[in-house]
Design a protein around this ligand. Sequence first.
Ligand SMILES: C[S@@+](CC[C@H](N)C(=O)[O-])C[C@H]1O[C@@H](n2cnc3c(N)ncnc32)[C@H](O)[C@@H]1O
Length: 237
Amino acid sequence: MAKKPTGNTSGRGQRDLTVKVKSARGRKMSSTLWLQRQLNDPYVKRAKADGYRGRAAYKILELDDKYRFLVPGARIVDLGAAPGGWCQVAVKRCNVLGQKTSKAQGTILGVDLQEMEPIAGCELHQLDFMEDDADLKVKEWLGGKADVVMSDMAASASGHKQTDHLRIIALCEAAAYFAFDVLEEGGTFVAKVLAGGAEGDLQKLLKTKFTKVANVKPPASRSDSSEKFVVATGFKG
Ligand SMILES: C[S@@+](CC[C@H](N)C(=O)[O-])C[C@H]1O[C@@H](n2cnc3c(N)ncnc32)[C@H](O)[C@@H]1O
């Protein structure tokens, strides 16, 4: 790999610092392109500077800036939480560590297939949310109602667009049914979906359960990805 600035090309006295990654023996072209995109992604750089575990943190920050569901005192369930960027954002915004003494203190329960490094204030569990009775386990850990159920769950890409789409919809549906079960009246459901057709039924269902359902592509979501987020607010109970 060679990191090199490609020189002054803007004509405005600004250096174009695009990093080019040379292909290397044993590395697939797709991996080379992924690496190049990572190295040039401003959100990846920002995440490093801001101490977030990944660029995904900015997606929930931007969604919350618009819909304001991460409030002090909120009880949050984060499905597909690893490596932990969304949890880190929720810790701050929900006053989980009691930093703002005059405000209510929130709680966060994070679940993922992968083991996670601890995050102060978060209860984290390794679990496949699609396994039998996973919802019962999470309910038991939660021990009551939640104000927000958020899911960034995504299966690793198979390379087959339709298969990936159906998988993500299945994850999103599982998260939605869990939300119907545990959300407090007025609560919020946020989940990642992929644009591609089969999400219509889920939208219809969500519209019967929430007062508002929006489909959003936050700026931090890469424009070349079909990922978007559904934000359902005002759970009817
Ligand atoms: C895009 S990442 C989530 C990033 C996270 N929001 C953050 O800010 O760090 C998607 C996660 O979904 C998890 N995942 C996929 N399928 C899952 C399942 N069946 N149960 C639990 N987690 C799952 C993956 O392990 C992966 O960590």
